[in-house]
Write a protein that binds this ligand. Structure first.
Ligand SMILES: [Zn+2]
Length: 340
């Protein structure tokens, strides 16, 4: 099969890789219908995370089940399925509490590498969620979004306690931030402030339900949020970047007693203890337990109640994966879909 491999920062290539096979009886093999490039793939691509190349890339996937192991019972060959970036058993205590991305048996899909024609999915019964029938082609981008960025934005909104009567601020205008806006809207938030200085992303944020746009960032961004909230700060803030500046912008934009849901992968972030102590802000986040939300998200997409696939503003054949990374690195694309 063909699949993307990162050799060194800036050097992604499409190569012939071995076809995956059933390793454990709980595995499934799926043929991907589409895959994509994630903002978090840019950390190793930019050399900010060490690359132990050559490394298969990709952790987002939807597709048709080709084969299942002998212990798989719920998932059947021929089914269209969606899974998340951590495989999980969905039966341990941590999974049952809704934290499948910390499952005691979790396996990261990023090591397997789903920017490819085929992928092995461990713990298939726990990991995968199927659709009632194979979906029409136009829904595939939305299901693919559910594999990570929609589920991650959704967790950010839930962790930030977005809901009726709440003012929500979203730090970050990548795919996750934009879909956090959609999630906050769906959860009934009254006011949603998207922090973005890029016009196409502002437009999408408004389409997804943002009521206000703030272009300022850092201390000036915090001051604008305070101005818009009678000096108090937002009830709910979703952090979808992962830098020191964005995390502090999120915490300082939140009112005492409010909640920050942080879902950008934090890199070299240190929190000042004394400021945290006096802020009275709740912090909750981490790698999103996307699996918790998948059944609901699959239903919403199947019934065309949400259209998260709009975050894909560039579609390229898998052969052009290098250009896909390049376009996202230069912020020419919000999110790149790779066609198969
Ligand atoms: Zn588990």
């Amino acid at each position: 099969m063909r699949g993307a491999v990162l050799h060194a920062p800036g050097d992604v290539r499409l190569e012939v890789r071995d076809d995956p096979t059933i390793v454990e009886p709980t595995d499934a093999i799926i043929r991907l219908s589409a895959t994509c490039v994630c903002g978090s793939d840019l950390w190793p691509y930019r050399g900010i995370e060490a690359v132990q190349g050559p490394a298969p890339m990709g952790h987002e996937y939807v597709g048709i089940v080709e084969e299942v192991g002998s212990a798989v019972s719920a998932i059947k060959p021929g089914q269209f399925v969606i899974g998340s970036f951590f495989a999980s058993d969905n039966t341990c205590e941590i999974c049952l509490a809704g934290y499948q991305s910390s499952c005691i048996h979790r396996e990261p899909m990023g090591i397997i590498g789903t920017q490819a024609e085929l992928t092995r999915v461990p713990l298939a019964d726990g990991t995968l969620v199927g659709t009632p029938d194979p979906p029409p082609k136009d829904l595939i981008p939305s299901f693919l979004a559910a594999s990570d960025v929609l589920g991650t934005g959704w967790f950010g909104a839930v962790a930030a306690k977005a809901g009726p009567g709440k003012t929500v601020a979203v730090v970050g205008d990548g795919a996750v931030g934009l879909l956090a806006v959609l999630a906050a809207r769906h959860l009934g938030a009254e006011r949603i402030i998207a922090m973005s200085r890029h016009v196409p992303r502002q437009k999408l944020a408004l389409e997804f339900g943002a009521t206000d746009i703030v272009e300022e960032r850092g201390d000036e961004g915090v001051a604008r949020i305070k101005e818009l909230t009678s000096g108090l700060g937002a009830h709910s803030v979703i952090e979808a970047v992962g830098t020191q500046e964005s995390m502090m912008q999120a915490i300082r934009s939140c009112r005492p007693g409010g909640h920050v849901g942080y879902v950008g992968v934090l890199h070299d972030v240190e929190l000042p203890g004394e400021e945290m102590f006096f802020s009275h802000v709740h912090l909750h986040g981490g790698p999103a337990p996307v699996r918790r939300f998948l059944p609901q998200l699959v239903d919403l997409i199947w019934n065309r109640e949400i259209d998260p696939g709009k975050v894909f503003d560039l579609a390229l054949p898998l052969d052009d994966v290098a250009e896909g990374y390049h376009a996202m690195d230069e912020r020419r694309a919000i999110k790149v879909l790779l066609e198969l």
